[in-house]
Design a protein around this ligand. Structure first.
Ligand code: ADP
Length: 739
């Protein structure tokens, strides 16, 4: 028998004894005093033994109860001192919510509710009205199905403050597995949420700022594109305008020259001289505008070749000296010994800058001298070429010194009125110096004189570089080439349009060329060049199979195997900024624009050829000259036509016939290409027609064709209107010759 069994048996015996003594006690009550005493004592002893036995038997259970109590106390202390809020809730739900049965201190301090205020209530009362509906639904579903739940909840404290809780809810199960409670642990994440919000707002702000910046950049790009387009339009306009103005100006100057050569009275001579000088002034202005518009449009590129700097400077001095001496102003040029003889750069543009500074110095100096001085110095960036133009002229007021480099700005309008000028020269010089990575400036004392200076990087070259460069670039300095007598020159004329070919040929013959081969395409020109050495090629730019640019490049490639350099002169009906550069970039030496002008051609040809007596001149007694001044412009300017025909009626007739025959073909092409699909064909036909009309002297027709070429992508009705005008004007030209 085990100890427990023995104890239990003793316990039962004691209970039996107790019961027995109680019965005895009751039966003997007040009848037998002694028995009553004994039974009372036995009862007392049995009771005491019972109590003692009870304590003995239930001692382990009592110890367990004490331990549980201690553990519960420990747990509660832990729960109460936890930083996270802890809630115990009933498993029964009322309207989908459990009842709160227990909360810790952290909960009361976060929510602001005391335990008394919250116990017996549901957690619904804690939720903030802005808590998302989906979150509440998910929580209720978890409660309903006795599942765990975890999410972030927005709550409202007793004082109305909003706070965020990261809540984990789990069901508490009995040992049988049934849910007895729900326990929730909730952490206050308000600070983290606010930080997230701040970050989110910051990102939002950043995103907004980004969007704004993107919009601003887009706007800027659009305005830039617009400004560029406007600038391009302006530069095209200026280039066209100056070109268009220069052509009649050349006519005016030519006529004035002829007039000056004829017998005149002194007064008439004076008048003609004024026409001449005004015209020259106007031409200079037009050149300045053209230069400036090219620079502004970024269409001007600088050459990089080796040249003799001191030679250029002294030659320039010699050129300007007569101008200075006329005013009894002494002009001197000094080039310091340290300045290398040969340097790399753009000689023509450098000369242009110095000419402008020295020209101004002479212009604004009445007495004394103008001194051009070149020196060299060295700084951290390397060698610098420093050029000064010092004068003893009128000087410039201090407050104007910064302004005079702006376009169209002059220091003293009353003084400049006396001397003339446009205010563009210094602006162009400044731009050119900047393009050369240099700086320009001025020091001046009113009444005493000015010193204009500029500094540019100096890259020394060798004399041999000049030759190498020229060989490489095939751009022989015109003045250095031995001139060829024109009658001996071998000429290749490349022109696809028969009328223009005829015009050009006739004109070249007038200048004394005898050996003229003709081809109609760039491709043929390249082949001819490989078979024969030409001295000069006149190259049309737009041709169907291979254009003039490509043909020139091919010819230049062929030439790299020899030391030959064939002069190639472009002939094009384009006259826009950049066209000349495009021709030069393709390897051409010069550029003639259509309509071909005798003056221009002569100037160009003189660079390379000795022009004989047969060279073309306009004679004052040509009957057609009178027609220039009639108010209604004739369909054809005979002056122009006679450049080619020399007034020979038979030749005129032949040319006119050929022209009209080709015109008919061109009109047919235009008629067939009125629709959108015919843009290219329309443009090329209008271009050819323009060239031949210009050469013929049909200036009105030339203008109409030019318009048609420019507006090649207009709508069909607009093109039809242009074509109608062209037809009518062609008819007028035909009638002119028929008369
Ligand atoms: P332009 O001489 O055609 O007016 P520039 O741009 O060359 O244009 O010169 C701008 C202005 O600067 C001149 O009008 C003149 O007022 C002033 N200027 C230039 N050079 C001198 C100089 N050497 N002496 C005095 N003033 C000068």
């Amino acid at each position: 028998m085990t100890k427990e069994q023995r104890t239990l048996r003793g316990y039962y015996i004691t209970v039996a004894l107790l019961a027995l003594s109680m019965i005895v006690h009751m039966l003997t009550e007040s009848r037998n005093h002694t028995i009553e005493m004994i039974s009372s004592v036995a009862m007392m002893v049995a009771l005491l033994v019972l109590i003692g036995m009870t304590l003995l038997i239930f001692r382990p259970q009592l110890r367990l109860i004490r331990e549980f109590r201690e553990r519960a106390l420990l747990l509660e202390t832990a729960i109460q001192s936890a930083n996270d809020a802890i809630l115990l809730m009933s498993s029964q739900l009322r309207d989908g919510w459990p009842q709160i049965m227990y909360v810790n201190r952290a909960f009361t301090s976060i929510s602001g509710y005391s335990a008394e205020e919250i116990l017996g209530k549901t957690p619904e009362m804690l939720l903030d009205p802005f808590t998302k509906r989906e979150t509440i639904d998910a929580l209720q579903q978890a409660l309903k199905h006795g599942e765990p739940f975890k999410d972030e909840l927005l709550n409202t404290a007793k004082d109305g403050r909003h706070y965020w809780m990261d809540i984990s809810l789990m069901p508490v199960r009995s040992s049988e597995g049934s849910i007895t409670h729900f326990a929730a642990i909730a952490r206050d994440i308000t600070a983290k949420k606010e930080e997230e919000m701040r970050e989110k707002n910051m990102w939002l702000e950043l995103g907004r700022a980004n969007l704004k910046a993107e919009a601003a950049t887009r706007e800027l790009q659009e305005s830039l594109a617009k400004a560029e387009a406007a600038n391009k339009a302006k530069s095209d306009f200026l280039a066209n305008m100056s070109h268009e103005l220069r052509t009649p100006m050349n006519g005016v100057l030519g006529m004035a020259q002829l007039l000056a050569d004829s017998p005149l009275s002194d007064e008439q001579r004076e008048l003609v001289s004024t026409i001449n000088s005004s015209g020259e002034g106007l031409l200079l202005l037009l050149n300045d505008i053209l230069d400036f518009s090219k620079i502004e449009a970024g269409a001007l590129t600088l050459d990089h070749s080796a040249f003799n700097f001191s030679d250029m400077l002294h030659k320039l001095g010699n050129l300007l000296r007569p101008q200075a001496e006329k005013k009894q102003v002494e002009l001197s040029v000094t080039c310091d010994e340290e300045v290398p003889d040969y340097v790399w750069g753009d000689m023509n543009r450098l000369r242009q800058i110095i000419t402008n500074l020295a020209g101004n110095a002479i212009k604004f100096t009445e007495h004394g001298h103008v001194h051009i001085l070149a020196s060299l110095y060295h700084d951290n960036d390397g060698d610098k070429l420093h050029l000064r133009v010092r004068d003893t002229g009128v000087g410039i007021a201090a407050d104007k010194l910064d302004l005079i480099f702006d376009k169209f700005t002059q220091a003293d309008t009353s003084i400049t009125r006396k001397y003339g000028g446009t205010g563009l020269g210094l602006a162009i010089s400044k731009q050119l110096v900047q393009m050369m990575n240099g700086t320009i400036g001025v020091e001046s004392t009113p009444g005493k004189g000015s010193t204009f200076w500029f500094t540019i990087p100096c890259e020394p070259a060798e004399a041999s570089d000049e030759i190498t460069t020229l060989e490489q670039l095939r751009t022989l300095a015109p003045a250095d080439m031995p001139k060829i007598p024109v009658a001996e020159a071998q000429v290749l004329l490349v022109e696809d349009y028969p009328v223009n070919q005829l015009f050009a040929e006739k004109l070249l013959r007038k200048f004394g060329f005898v050996h003229i081969d003709k081809v109609e395409d760039g491709f043929e020109a390249v082949i001819r060049c490989s078979e024969k050495n030409y001295d000069i090629i006149f190259m049309d730019c737009q041709m169907p199979k291979m254009d003039g640019y490509l043909a020139t490049q091919e010819i230049r490639i062929q030439e790299t195997t020899s030391t030959r350099h064939t002069i190639i002169v472009a002939m094009t009906a384009n006259a826009l900024v950049g066209d000349r550069e495009k021709c030069l970039a393709a390897g051409m030496d010069d550029y003639l624009s259509k309509p071909l002008r005798a003056e221009h051609i002569r100037k160009t040809l003189q660079t390379w050829f000795l022009l004989g007596d047969s060279q073309l001149t306009l004679t004052a007694n040509q009957p057609a000259a009178a027609q220039v001044i009639v108010s209604e412009p004739p369909a054809v300017d005979l002056n122009q036509l006679r450049l080619f025909t020399d007034g020979d009626p038979a030749e005129e007739k032949a040319l006119a016939e050929l022209f009209l025959q080709q015109a008919e073909q061109m009109i047919t092409v235009l008629e067939q290409n009125l629709s959108d699909s015919g843009h290219d064909a329309w443009k090329s036909a209008a271009h050819r027609f323009k060239g031949s009309s210009g050469n013929l002297g049909a200036s009105q027709l030339y203008q109409l064709c030019k318009e048609a070429e420019q507006h090649f992508s207009d709508s069909e009705p607009q093109k039809l209107a242009m074509l109608t005008a062209i037809k009518a004007e062609t008819q007028r030209v035909a009638e002119f010759f028929a008369a």
